[in-house]
Design a protein around this ligand. Structure first.
Ligand code: 13P
Length: 246
């Protein structure tokens, strides 16, 4: 059985104080029926790892370098993330694809770096509004997944989570309906069968895009939705833990 995961992507929002307050709020209300993860900005990762102290909240990064080490000013390697206790990292978030021209090939290289260092990659996929209006959402997501499906081994897939985040639902207050989300999650799972039936059955597929406590329960009860990747609502400990309990 796939265990639910509720993950908070803080994006570029944090301070030492906020990291402390948010995490103590989350730690005080930890659910036992689902896994919880937070993705703070790089400077707060060590603080977050220290605060959770292995207490059932995974700490992840929002990005990772494509290279191991060396003259790559401003980059943070998978080895460094592993060294400070990161166990997960986001890859290919739509903001990185749109604002920093991250390609499907970049995503593959970054996933390989993470897997090499034992870090779980949470790969984000999703279509824009124009693409959905043109009924191209499945072909877009299929294209975003195709290199991963073609290149990664079954063992690599054990370190993979997919997050379906329709771009039109991110930060807009407009959530995909449970039917729309379930439809795409089922499609993604059918694509994963190209790797193997086991990978399709075992890989967790999260939904992201304006998830709130009020919408979480119905989304998470869909058969192919294994939890959520939460942006704005993860910055409020009460709202985030309510989503975890949904
Ligand atoms: P919101 O929950 O703010 O829509 O953000 C979703 C997201 O991008 C999570 O990675």
């Amino acid at each position: 059985m796939r265990r639910l995961l509720v993950a908070g992507n803080w994006k570029m929002n944090a301070s030492s104080e906020m990291t402390g307050t948010l995490l103590s709020g989350v730690l005080d209300n930890l659910p036992d029926h689902c896994d919880v993860a937070v993705f703070p900005p790089f400077p707060y990762i060590s603080q977050a790892v220290d605060l959770v102290g292995g207490a059932g909240v995974a700490v992840g990064a929002q990005n990772v370098a494509k290279d191991d080490e060396g003259a790559f000013t401003g980059e943070v390697s998978a080895a460094m993330l592993a060294d400070v206790g990161c166990t997960m990292a986001l890859v290919g978030h739509s903001e990185r694809r749109a604002l920093y021209a991250e390609s499907d090939y970049d995503v593959l290289v970054k996933v390989r770096q993470l897997v090499k260092h034992g870090i779980t990659a949470v790969v984000c996929v999703g279509e824009t509004l124009e693409q959905r209006k043109a009924i191209r959402e499945e072909s877009v997501v299929s294209e975003q997944l195709s290199l991963l499906i073609g290149e990664l081994s079954n063992a690599d897939w054990e370190k993979m989570i997919i997050a379906y985040e329709p771009v039109w639902a991110i930060g807009t207050g407009e959530t995909a309906t449970p039917e729309q989300a379930q439809g795409m999650h089922a499609f993604i799972r059918s694509e994963l069968k190209k790797v193997s039936d086991t990978v399709a059955a075992k890989t967790r597929i999260l939904y992201g895009g304006s998830v709130k406590a009020a919408s979480a329960a119905e989304l998470f009860s869909q058969p192919d939705i294994d939890g959520g990747l939460v942006g704005g609502a993860s910055l409020d400990a009460a709202e985030f833990t309510a989503i975890c309990r949904a």
